[in-house]
Write a protein that binds this ligand. Structure first.
Ligand code: ZN
Length: 111
């Protein structure tokens, strides 16, 4: 899998969460984490995009803390309209990275 297909898998993951068909297992079911996390979080396309490790600088923190503080269940999924909003932010952020990677690829091909 290349970076682009990993990020496309992330978009699909968040689409399923928004649709209420799936839950967020964090590191365990995050496509880039599964490949890049391994305690140090290096080489992940999200980290490369934000310039920060462990998803800092992405909307993930807001989703995580809302789940923790307002719901507090083991399973992170959509429980209220705020969850939908935050999951949508995360999905849109993944789409933004997909677009960014596609632009980079397109530029490479021009050279
Ligand atoms: Zn909620």
């Amino acid at each position: 899998m290349n970076r682009l297909s990993i990020m496309e898998a992330s978009v699909r993951k968040w689409d399923r969460i928004i649709a209420g068909k799936s839950s967020d297992g964090g590191v365990l079911d995050c496509p880039p984490c599964r490949l890049f996390y391994i305690l140090v979080c290096t080489g992940c396309p999200i980290a490369a995009y934000t310039g920060k490790k462990f998803c800092r600088g992405s909307p993930y923190g807001r989703w995580y803390w809302h789940q923790n503080d307002d719901h507090g269940y083991m399973i992170k999924k959509v429980y209220c309209p705020e969850c939908t909003r935050l999951a949508t932010d995360m999905r849109d952020f993944m789409v933004e990275i997909v677009e960014h990677l596609k632009n980079k690829e397109a530029q490479k091909e021009k050279k």
